[in-house]
Design a protein around this ligand. Structure first.
Ligand SMILES: [Zn+2]
Ligand SMILES: [Zn+2]
Length: 258
């Protein structure tokens, strides 16, 4: 049984499933998909996302605002804390730093302030933090250290950076999550990291509807494709796909169901 630790089900195309989440979940059972974590991207879309997934025991959800969101409401840590507790979310995020798609220098400051607010909310609510980081290695680790993010713990999701950064995050007690990128032929750096992350610290995810893994690359992505991520990790780590599913599932439970 597989757990997709990071997806955006409110953005996934359910039209092949009569636009019904229940129909999709029933169909995904054929791929042994057991559970998924639906991750919030902005404040405005959060209520509809929550209402879409909340009726389904197979889906957990988080609350947070993605670093690349520029137009919507920027919640304070107090606002995040209040809503996270009220809705019993399992995690805070996704949050973090993404300098790859940066529009202006002012955005760097905005992203860093937002990241700090989210870390504080994670610590205050004792909920793990889902961190998105791209082209911002040093600032991500520095802010995690300055804010004491190790007190909440969490995951660096869709990891694409090098082992040096993975090691620093692991030293802060964080988990590393691998997406479909690990199935891409040219993704040597992240494949090296996937070989080295300790057994009790890796997760698997799809980040669907984005980043479909090989052999679905270029097509819309779905949480049940997490099996392809598990297959790739099994080759890299020298264990069966079944073992990858079991161990990543145990890691998921330890991190998010506390
Ligand atoms: Zn992300
Ligand atoms: Zn995401």
């Amino acid at each position: 049984m597989f757990i997709d630790s990071h997806c955006h089900l409110d953005r996934v195309d359910l039209s092949p499933y009569n636009n019904e989440m229940g129909d999709y979940l029933a169909a995904s059972k054929a791929d042994s998909l057991d559970h998924m974590l639906c991750v919030s991207i902005n404040w405005e879309d959060y209520p509809a996302m929550r209402d879409l997934v909340q009726p389904h025991a197979a889906i957990s959800f988080s609350l947070g605002v993605h670093p690349n969101e520029v137009d919507g409401h920027d919640p304070s840590s107090e606002e995040l804390i209040q809503l996270a507790i009220q809705d019993k979310v399992v995690a805070i995020g996704e949050t973090g730093l993404d300098y790859f798609r940066l529009g202006s220098d002012a955005e760097i400051d905005m992203q860093q302030q937002r990241f700090r607010q989210h870390i504080r909310a994670g610590i205050e609510t004792n909920k793990p933090i889902i961190i998105h980081t791209r082209d911002a290695k040093d600032d991500t680790i520095r802010i995690m250290q300055e804010e004491g993010a190790d007190r909440a713990g969490g995951v660096l999701h869709c990891f694409t950076e090098d082992w040096e950064m993975a090691k620093k995050a692991l030293d802060l007690g964080f988990y590393i999550s691998f997406s479909g990128i690990v199935t891409f032929k040219n993704a040597k750096q992240v494949q090296e990291v996937a070989k080295q992350v300790p057994q009790d610290r890796f997760l698997i995810e799809t980040d669907s509807p984005y980043l479909a893994p090989v052999p679905m690359r270029g097509k819309p992505n779905y949480p049940n494709y997490v099996k392809y991520v598990a297959e790739a990790l099994s080759g890299l780590r020298g264990m069966s796909t079944q073992q990858v599913a079991e161990i990543s599932g145990q890691n998921y439970e330890r991190l998010f169901n506390r």
